[in-house]
Design a protein around this ligand. Structure first.
Ligand SMILES: [Fe+2]
Ligand SMILES: [Fe+2]
Length: 303
């Protein structure tokens, strides 16, 4: 069992962090389209050496917009999942109830935050950029799985946001300050969610046999496969948006390279960065000896 995290301490930390959507976006606070939005470790536009600096920046921004949309849609299944997890046991642990409701409330705020940024993007960018969806359909498909598998996916997402900010964006001073602030403020709250989700995973795993745990890990990977299919589709949408935004027609070899590099960039952003995260792996290891190894074995394909 995890002795590190408690509902009480996660709640106390969460209550000390206070920001509103309005503090981050709106009014004078606008995206700066002269700057990149995503750190290069996630965007991976530099390997596309046939693009000009301006085209690379445009692609980076398109990826930033997709980030807003993809996070918006994963939060759509996290919110009901956390509420459903809280509901059957509202008593006797008041800290548990309050911490999980705070978690849900923050995810509802994040959904709105990502939407507001996406609206600002649409106004400023000038070309419509499509994002996979619709969110309700994806939420339905994900939530149809075993709750432990879904909790593992959510744990994966929470730690992934840490990677995105701490490892990639924090020390990058060339990024648009608005987008960087979104990554930072999102992570500040996700840090508590990651702890609460570890507790959720442990609660859901309790009493399961090793083979049941293995089956849940397989389902977690299946959901990963579903996300991977979506990412491949997103690369096509990004290529289309790029062509319309820049007027640049890529030849066949360039198109293939674009798709290959960008698919892997998306895989790292949304899959590999979490599947190799030490905290995700440590939680898997506590579930069973095979769980960690199984994820470690497939992770390199997404890095
Ligand atoms: Fe969130
Ligand atoms: Fe979260």
């Amino acid at each position: 069992m995890n002795q590190q995290y408690t509902y009480q301490s996660a709640l106390a930390t969460a209550e000390g962090i206070r920001w509103r959507v309005e503090d981050l976006v709106g009014g004078e606070k606008r995206l700066d389209f002269t700057k990149p939005f995503l750190p290069e470790s996630l965007a991976r536009v530099e390997p596309l050496s046939f693009l000009t600096a301006e085209e690379k920046r445009t692609l980076n921004q398109i990826r930033g917009n997709a980030y807003l949309g993809i996070f918006g849609l994963v939060e759509e299944f996290i919110l009901p999942f956390v509420l459903d997890h809280a509901r059957p046991k509202l008593r006797p642990d008041d800290y548990r109830t309050r911490a999980l409701l705070q978690f849900a409330s923050e995810e509802a705020k994040h959904i709105q935050l990502f939407k507001r940024f996406a609206e600002d993007f649409e106004r400023g960018f000038g070309t419509r950029c499509a994002v996979i969806g619709p969110p309700e359909e994806i939420a339905k498909a994900v939530l149809a799985h075993d709750p432990l598998a879904v909790a593992l996916v959510i744990l994966h997402i929470e730690w992934m946001t840490q990677r995105h900010y701490i490892d990639s964006a924090r020390d990058d001073n060339g990024l648009d300050p608005q987008f960087k602030s979104l990554l930072k403020h999102h992570w500040m709250e996700e840090a508590q969610h990651a702890k609460l989700d570890t507790l959720m995973v442990e609660a859901l795993a309790e009493g399961r046999t090793p083979s049941e745990i293995e089956a849940s890990v397989e389902e977690y990977l299946e959901i990963g496969g579903l996300i991977d299919g979506g990412l491949e589709q997103q690369v096509g949408l990004d290529l289309d948006a790029f062509t319309r935004a820049t007027g640049r027609e890529l030849n066949e070899a360039e198109t293939n390279r674009f798709r290959q590099v960008q698919l892997q960039a998306n895989r790292w952003t949304y899959l590999g960065s979490a599947m190799t995260h030490e905290r995700v792996l440590a939680t898997l290891e506590r579930l069973g000896p095979k769980a960690r190894k199984r994820v470690e074995d497939v992770a390199p394909a997404f890095c």
